[in-house]
Design a protein around this ligand. Sequence first.
Ligand SMILES: Cc1ncc(COP(=O)(O)O)c(C=O)c1O
Length: 469
Amino acid sequence: MAALKDLDKTVRGESDAVEAAKRHLVQPWPYAGSIGTEARSLIGSGEGIYIMDGDGKRLIDGPAGMWCVNVGHRRKELAEVMYAQAMELSYNTPWYTMNEPSAVLAERIAGHAPGDLDHVFLTTGGSSAVESALRFMQFYNNVRGRPEKKLILSRGGAYHGSTYLSGSLNGRPRDRDWMDGADDLVVKLSAPNPFRRPAGVSVEVFADRLVSEFEATVGRLGADRIGAFIGEPIQASGGVIVPPGGYLKRIREICRYYDILYVSDEVVTGFGRLGHVFASGEVFGIEPDIITFAKGVTSGYFPLGGMVVSARLMDELRRSNHPDAMFGHGLTYTSHPVGCAVALKNLDLLEDGILDHARAMGPYFQERLKTLEELPLVGEVRGMGLMGCVECVADKESRDPLQLDKDVGRRIDAHCHELGLLVRPLINMCVMSPPLVITRDQIDDMVAILREGISRTMDDLRREGVWNE
Ligand SMILES: Cc1ncc(COP(=O)(O)O)c(C=O)c1O
């Protein structure tokens, strides 16, 4: 096959791309002061766990793109299946036709889902998956004759997307400062973040308090007004927040008792990040009503997402008194044949060894990353499987991140970039979620670079008088 540069005359040199971006490209999550004028690090190619920047520097892809390149870059099998499917059938309308890859994919995904979750609706990514799940809840309650049961419970630290309703669920600091949202529909609960629990409170008591808060909220608002709870099993973009043991199960039981739909957002945790296709059942022992997924379903090779819905809900709809009620929801690219073909091949790769490998590497990754807690700037290293977070604090005792120079994550990222590692900076945190194919030696390299990047950042902060241990 011809090289990309030969095929596409519009792919030009780096400086052209940077200039074009500065003049015409609006980057995601921009600031008003630089919107529409910003160029970011140009990435030219990738292979395995590595990407190449515009200067030809090889970097470990620490966040695997955006938690998505699970099987690694430049997998020929995925490129070939994409080509073959596009040559066979590049698109068909899902409004009144169907294609084979989507049906087979639905069956395969259903086979991995916990409990009675066995029906799949496909979307274009995570936000549209979350949006679909919540619109489905609204439809379900309308059909069941309880139109007032629509409130959605979300939590601090959550990230569920960038469409209007999914964005309204977000609970990370700063996400919503300048943005509107469907605030009449969403109620926020506390983040299940053990590291930020009140001083002097044990993790067990903290978990009890979270559960009590949930019950009190249901009591205050009335179960007949609450349609759904949505939660990531591990809050990913909130800083890899692993909830206290047993907490998710307890919330699940309360939801079941009050007939509140439990939506488990596995956009990050799904498709191998924790060693399984879905973590809700296998890792956390819960059977949600709906699971949303995206990212790793195609390892980022094609924009695809979706939700798996419980057979019970499907059955209730079919048996309702409103057989003519229409779920007025569908996207042009729902069940896209190319995306589904890529997802099927990606699932083959995961099942044929990568899930096993991820399960084997997870503990080693966590163990190596944990050694960074020795550094005075590091307050906590936490995570599970192949997702981890290094949280920096001004002072280990008080855990105070606030007096720190706010850009500490970015400073670490800048040093690591020099040293050959891309990290995902999040205010005072660095999040790591490498491609699942990472080896022990590569984990060692990654942690060594991170250690050096943090050490250099400590030197800078000391020199500037911003921080001292
Ligand atoms: C847990 C979770 N849900 C939903 C989304 C939104 O997905 P997308 O960006 O594909 O719309 C994300 C994105 O990072 C996510 O982390």
